[in-house]
Design a protein around this ligand. Structure first.
Ligand SMILES: Nc1nc2c(ncn2[C@@H]2O[C@H](COP(=O)(O)OP(=O)(O)OP(=O)(O)O)[C@@H](O)[C@H]2O)c(=O)[nH]1
Ligand SMILES: [Mg+2]
Length: 363
């Protein structure tokens, strides 16, 4: 029977990197893998990069898996019919919580032709020290959202261990243990590949079991999502002469982050995808202060292509749109590049309304 693993965690924690690197390993061991991506909007960097790497993939746009559950099921069925994967790795939106009640339980109840791995949550080890001791209270909605994700995990994968010293990692793990003593905890560096074989082993061997999990306060959950601005946009890019795409994307993401900071916002994750039709690259900037990082390389100098930007920032959507357009204008002129807007949408996620929600509370 095919198996599905839902790999969640906050924005920029490393879900896509974990999924793609695990998928490569699974493919190398001869297993057919399918990937399902998900977002509040359309034009997704993560879907493009998964497809460019040659994986069978499907996308659920326009809301999280739980609010778009019928589309999620349709995606699973399409992948199973067309590509017959043995393993499906599904990435819910990084602001999604209450995942066992609204994804695993409905899958278990209504879709019996799939084995289901326990809920996997990727945690950014660099980020976690920023969570206050009172993170599981509802007073700070975004902290509450992150701590809810941690508390509902069956497997907690502490990621980016290549970036944190040993003592700090021990501190992160003891904080996680306090929030969720039951979860299986593993250390990984999705980027370097450390711990991924263990994660894959857990995905293949462990089963989701109905258990108790903490109730999510939908008022605080909705408030956390409402604090975030989302922007998805695409542009055609052309230059008089060849330009360096990595420098252009790096300047653009850094420029957007500076504008966000000037307006007292906070970056969760800004990512950009660029393709010249022959190859592609993804650039990422996350809030923990890492430099702009690239997945895959393009030829250094090219003349034209299409760019997609997905920005998730703690700021009003209209302000975010200004940060992106002002930065794009300045950086285009610096690199002597012309940008033609194809589509841009900016918004805050709506109050989450899962299609199904089965709760069994911790007593
Ligand atoms: N150093 C290091 N960087 C990592 C690791 N895992 C992910 N990253 C980087 O973190 C950034 C975000 O990674 P993604 O995999 O796109 O994160 P995500 O959770 O899918 O983000 P969203 O889809 O926006 O929620 C990228 O720059 C990655 O290269 C890791 O183990 N070590
Ligand atoms: Mg992702």
């Amino acid at each position: 029977m095919p198996k599905i693993a839902v790999i969640g965690g906050f924005l920029g924690a490393g879900k896509t990197t974990t999924i793609l690197e695990s998928a490569k390993r699974l493919a190398r061991s001869g297993r057919q893998v399918g990937i399902i991506t998900n977002d509040q909007g359309e034009e997704l960097v993560d879907t493009k990069i998964a497809r460019d790497l040659g994986f069978a993939s499907s996308e659920v746009p326009g809301g999280c898996f739980c609010c778009q559950f019928p589309d999620f099921i349709a995606s699973i069925q399409r992948l199973l019919k067309e590509r017959e994967p043995e393993i499906i790795l599904a990435e819910p939106v990084g602001s999604c919580a209450d995942v066992p009640a609204s994804i695993h339980e409905p899958l278990r109840k209504f879709y019996r032709d799939l084995e289901i791995a326990p809920p996997i949550v990727i945690v950014d080890a660099l980020q976690l020290h920023r969570l206050s001791e009172s993170a599981s209270s509802t007073s700070n909605p975004i902290e509450y959202l992150i701590s809810s994700q941690i508390r509902e995990a069956g497997i907690l994968a502490v990621n980016k261990i290549d970036l944190v010293p040993k003592e700090k990692l021990e501190d992160v793990k003891s904080r996680l243990k306090k929030l969720n003593p039951e979860a299986e905890m593993i250390e990984i560096s999705a980027k370097k590949g450390t711990g991924l074989d263990t994660l894959i082993q857990h995905i293949l061997s462990l089963e989701y079991k109905r258990s108790s999990y903490p109730e999510v306060d939908y008022k605080a959950y909705g408030a956390a999502e409402a604090e975030l601005g989302w922007l998805n946009g695409s542009w055609e890019i052309a230059a008089e002469k060849r330009f360096n795409v990595e420098r252009f994307l790096s300047d653009l993401l850094t420029g957007i982050a500076e504008k966000v900071k000037e307006r007292k916002g906070e970056v969760a994750h800004i990512k950009a995808y660029f393709t010249d039709g022959r190859g592609s690259t993804k650039a990422s900037l996350v809030m923990s202060g890492q430099d702009v990082e690239f997945t895959q390389a393009l030829p250094e100098e090219i003349e034209e292509g299409v760019m997609i930007v997905n920005a998730r920032v703690r700021i009003k959507p209209a302000e975010l749109a200004k940060c992106v357009s002002e930065s794009l204008e300045a950086i285009s002129s610096k690199h002597h590049v012309r940008c033609r807007e194809l589509k841009v949408e900016s918004f805050s996620p709506l109050q989450p309304q899962p299609h199904h929600r089965f709760i069994k509370l911790i007593s």
